[in-house]
Write a new protein. Structure first.
Length: 583
C-alpha cells in the first residue's frame, strides 16, 4: 500500500478541486481531493481485507463468533445482560463485497452491547451531578472536552449511561454514525443522542471505528439513517448494520497499518497545503510589484521577472484570479496601455462637465447640491499618468434612480424586470427573466437604455453590494429596487470602463468602508456612490483600456480552462487508481 501511495504521489497531491462557496464572486477554498480519495481508499482496502496479508495461523473469525456466543450465554445466565432479540440472518443480497475466507459477515448488534445514554431533563432529572458528553463533544476519532456540562443522574442509571475505556461512542443524531473510541482511564457519562458500543471477546473498537469511517466515506451509512437535514440512527438501525469481521490478530494489524498510512496522508496534506500557501504568497507578492512600480522602467523589469516564470506561477485558480484583479488595478491606474499625448485630457472633460452642470442648474433641471470635500493628496492612493484625473463620481453629475418595487401595479402594462438573478458573471442575462405589470409613467422612469450602469444596492454579501453592471444594449426592460441606475447627461465614461472600475480594488475597498448593515443585509445609497473617488482617463484611452482588458481576461479564462481540464484529468487518474486497487 505504501508503494501505491509513493508511486502516485503527484496524483494524490495535485488532484484538487474548488470547494463550493456562497455568494457570487466569493473566495473559493481548495479541497485536496486526491488525498481525500487516498484516505477513502485506505479505509476501503482495510474493511475488504486487502490492506495487510492474512496469516493462516490466525484463529478464524468463525471461532471468534463461537466465543462471543458462549460469552453472551454466560452473561445472560449470570443476569448481567438481558437476552437480546434475535437479529435476522444475513442474506446474500445484503453482502456488499467479497471478504477473505477467515473473515465473517456479522450484524453489529451481535458483537456488541449497545445503548443510548441519559436524556437531559432539568425539570425531572435527579441524583448527583456528573459530567456528560453530547454530540457536540464527539468528533471523528476524538473528543472536545472544553465545554463539558453536568447532568443529575441517579446511581442506578449510571451503568447504562457511562462510557469506559475502549468503548466506541457513536452519534445517534447530527452526523449519525460519527464515532470515536473513549481511550481515557476515567469514566464519562453520555446523553441520549449518543450510542455506546461495548464489544464482546476483545473485538478491537478501533477496527470498528475505522469501519464506521469507511461506511460514511462510501455513503453506505445513509441506508441506516432516517430524517432529512438532521439525520438520526436508532439503536435498532445500528444493530442491523452488517460489518466484516476479521480474526482478532488481523484486526490489530489492520488498525496499526491504517494509523500508519493516515499519518502519511496527514504529512502529505500538510506539505501540499504549505506548498499552496507559499505559492499563493509568492504570486500575490510578485503581482503587487506591478501595481507598486514607480515608473515605466521599473514596471517593465517587474513584469519581465513574472513573465520569465509565468508557467510556474499561474498554476492555480487563485493565482489566475489574482492576475485578473491585478489587470483591473493596472487598468484603473493608467499602467495597462500607453498614453497618447493627442488624447483630450480628462481635465478638459471635467471643465465641460462643470459648465454643463452650471447650465442644468440655471435651467432648473437639477438642484444645486452641497459640495463634496475635495480629494486630498493623502487620499490619492497612487500617482496618475499625464492626462488622467482623480474625481468623485458626483462631480460627473450622474443621474441616480432607485429601481421599481417588485409589487408592480394592478392595472399596468407587462414588462420584463431585471433582478439580481438576471446578473451572471457581472453581466445582464436575459435568458430567464420575469415580468411584472407596471403603469406607463413608471416604465418611462425605470426603462433601461444602452450605456446605463446598474449598481447593486442591497445584498447579504459585501462582495456583491456596490458592483457596477453595464447595459450594453436597450433591453426593453426595467429594473427592480435591488439596483440603483446611474446615467450621465454628458459622455464622460465608456460604460464598460466604468464597469471594470467598479470591480477594481480601488472601488471595492471604498464600498466596503461605506455600506450600511441592517438585519443581515448590506446596503449602499446614492450618496455613498456619489462620494466614491475614481480615476478618470481621457475618453479615447478608456476605450483602449477596455479592449486590452477584454483580451487579457480572455487569455486568463483560457488558462483557467486548461487548468480545469488538467485537474479533471488528475481526478480521473485518482479515481482509476482507487478502482483498480479495490477491485
Amino acid at each position: 500500500m505504501k508503494t501505491l501511495i509513493t508511486e502516485n504521489i503527484d496524483i494524490w497531491t495535485t488532484a484538487i478541486k474548488k470547494r463550493s462557496a456562497t455568494g457570487r464572486g466569493s473566495n473559493k477554498k481548495i479541497e485536496l481531493t486526491g488525498i481525500k480519495k487516498l484516505r477513502e481508499l485506505i479505509l476501503e482496502l482495510a474493511v475488504r481485507g486487502k490492506l495487510v496479508p492474512q496469516d493462516p495461523n490466525d484463529e478464524p473469525a468463525s471461532v471468534l463468533l463461537e466465543k462471543i456466543a458462549a460469552e453472551k450465554a454466560q452473561l445472560i445466565k449470570d443476569k448481567k445482560i438481558k437476552k437480546p432479540k434475535v437479529l435476522p440472518e444475513i442474506v446474500e443480497d445484503e453482502v456488499l463485497f467479497n471478504i477473505p475466507d477467515q473473515w465473517c459477515w456479522i450484524r453489529f448488534g451481535n458483537i456488541a452491547q449497545h445503548n443510548s445514554g441519559k436524556t437531559l431533563d432539568k425539570g425531572r432529572n435527579s441524583g448527583n451531578p456528573y459530567p456528560y458528553l453530547t454530540t457536540s463533544n464527539l468528533y471523528w476519532g476524538k473528543f472536545d472536552l472544553k465545554n463539558v456540562r453536568e447532568m443529575l443522574i441517579e446511581d442506578e442509571q449510571l451503568e447504562k449511561c457511562t462510557a469506559k475505556k475502549n468503548d466506541l461512542l457513536i452519534c445517534e443524531g447530527g452526523e449519525a454514525g460519527r464515532a470515536a473510541v473513549w481511550e481515557k482511564d476515567i469514566d464519562i457519562c453520555f446523553q441520549n443522542h449518543i450510542h455506546r458500543a461495548r464489544f464482546y471477546s476483545e473485538i478491537s473498537p478501533f477496527f470498528m471505528f475505522r469501519f464506521f469511517e469507511q461506511l460514511t466515506a462510501s455513503g453506505e451509512i445513509n441506508n441506516h439513517r432516517k430524517g432529512v437535514g438532521i439525520s438520526n440512527m436508532s439503536g435498532k438501525s445500528l444493530a442491523l448494520i452488517i460489518a466484516p469481521l476479521p480474526p482478532l490478530p488481523e484486526q490489530h494489524r489492520i488498525v496499526a497499518k491504517v494509523d500508519e498510512l493516515m499519518g502519511l496522508c496527514d504529512q502529505l496534506e500538510q506539505q501540499t497545503e504549505n506548498s499552496l500557501t507559499a505559492h499563493k504568497t509568492l504570486v500575490e507578492t510578485l503581482l503587487a510589484t506591478l501595481t507598486n512600480s514607480e515608473n515605466a522602467e521599473v514596471f517593465q523589469q517587474n513584469w519581465a521577472r513574472i513573465a520569465e516564470h509565468f508557467d510556474t506561477l499561474f498554476t492555480t485558480e487563485h493565482s489566475i484570479d489574482q492576475l485578473k484583479q491585478t489587470i483591473l488595478q493596472l487598468a484603473v491606474m493608467g499602467k495597462l496601455v500607453p498614453q497618447n499625448p493627442n488624447d483630450e485630457p480628462a481635465s478638459v472633460l471635467l471643465e465641460k462637465i462643470a459648465a454643463e452642470k452650471e447650465q442644468l442648474i440655471k435651467d432648473k433641471k437639477i438642484k444645486k447640491q452641497k459640495l463634496l470635500p475635495a480629494i486630498t493628496e493623502d487620499e490619492k492612493p497612487f500617482e496618475l499618468p499625464s492626462g488622467w484625473e482623480f474625481c468623485r463620481l458626483a462631480d460627473l453629475i450622474p443621474q441616480f434612480q432607485n429601481g421599481a418595487s417588485s409589487r408592480g401595479d394592478s392595472n399596468g402594462k407587462e414588462i420584463v424586470v431585471l433582478r439580481l438573478a438576471d446578473i451572471k458573471d457581472w453581466q445582464v442575462s436575459m435568458s430567464d427573466t420575469r415580468s411584472i405589470s407596471i403603469n406607463e409613467k413608471s416604465i418611462e422612469r425605470y426603462l433601461l437604455q444602452q450605456g446605463d450602469v446598474l449598481i447593486i444596492r442591497v445584498n447579504g454579501s459585501a462582495d456583491i453590494v456596490g458592483r457596477f453592471i453595464t447595459c450594453h444594449e436597450n433591453y426593453s426592460a426595467i429594473y427592480c429596487d435591488h439596483f440603483i441606475r446611474m446615467r450621465f447627461p454628458i459622455e464622460c465614461f465608456s460604460a464598460a470602463y466604468l464597469s471594470l472600475l467598479g470591480s477594481s480594488a480601488l472601488i471595492r475597498k471604498r464600498i466596503n468602508d461605506l455600506f450600511v448593515s441592517t438585519a443581515g443585509q448590506k446596503t449602499v445609497n446614492q450618496t455613498h456612490i456619489g462620494s466614491l473617488y475614481i480615476t478618470l482617463p481621457p475618453l479615447a484611452e478608456q476605450h483602449r483600456i477596455v479592449k486590452k482588458v477584454g483580451e487579457l481576461m480572455t487569455l486568463c479564462d483560457q488558462i483557467k480552462s486548461c487548468l480545469n481540464d488538467a485537474q479533471a484529468t488528475q481526478l480521473h487518474l485518482a479515481d482509476t487508481i482507487v478502482e483498480r486497487a479495490v477491485n
